[in-house]
Design a protein around this ligand. Structure first.
Ligand SMILES: [Zn+2]
Length: 211
């Protein structure tokens, strides 16, 4: 499945946090990754708040790269929107919905890339490629990344992380201070363009301060 359709499908899972209800969206991703040859597991502090950890093993040991994201969103008031926040409507080249820019777009893009790589037969030469899609980023990560790092460290340990936000050092998953080679992203909107251009007009978005 390509990224635009994946994004539409993800938006249609209402994962407003609280309460999150991330399970169905993550089961959906897990099924596709399983079929493509990824090793996947759902790790959960409580059953209704799982996290997806998917791994494509390298041929030899080496540094692991993790693509990390989250599938929960902040709330949306439908009366403030021109489109249903959970429609995933594609109109005039834009996909609409809560989470379209924070951060189901990146979940969709990374998952689509991971599916295409595995289906092509590609495997890392050295080190593993991890795709970690977490729950509960928007209200503190107590069921998500924080819990994964504290209680499931062996499952998510990596040397490099690509995440949302600006580049900075991270020690939570690598265990040592290391560059965080993420791309700075500018967001304040509620729609996403499959052409890749970021939309930063002032629709109700979850990033209140475009940087
Ligand atoms: Zn986010």
């Amino acid at each position: 499945m390509k990224a635009p359709e994946l994004l539409q499908r993800l938006i249609r899972f209402n994962t407003v946090n609280p309460p999150g209800n991330e399970g169905e969206a993550l089961e959906f991703l897990k099924g596709m990754l399983d079929d493509a040859g990824w090793q996947t597991e759902l790790l959960a502090k409580v059953p209704e708040r799982p996290n997806l950890v998917a791994r494509l093993k390298g041929a030899e040991p080496g540094p692991n790269l993790a693509l990390i994201s989250h599938v929960d969103t902040v709330p949306a008031k439908p009366e403030e929107w021109t489109h249903d926040p959970w429609s995933g409507d594609l109109e005039d080249g834009y996909i609409w919905g809560r989470g379209a820019l924070d951060m189901k777009d990146q979940v969709a893009s990374e998952t689509a890339a991971c599916l295409a790589l595995a289906e092509s037969g590609w495997r890392p030469a050295k080190g593993d490629l991890l795709l970690v899609v977490a729950a509960d980023e928007e209200t503190g990560a107590h069921f998500g990344a924080q819990w994964l790092c504290a209680e499931q460290a062996d499952e998510v340990r990596c040397d490099w992380v690509v995440n949302e936000g600006a580049g900075k050092s991270s020690t939570s998953m690598t265990g040592a201070s290391s560059p965080w080679p993420s791309v700075k992203r500018v967001r304040s909107g509620s729609r996403w363009s499959p052409t890749g251009s970021q939309v930063t007009d002032r629709f109700p978005g979850s990033e209140t301060t475009p940087s």
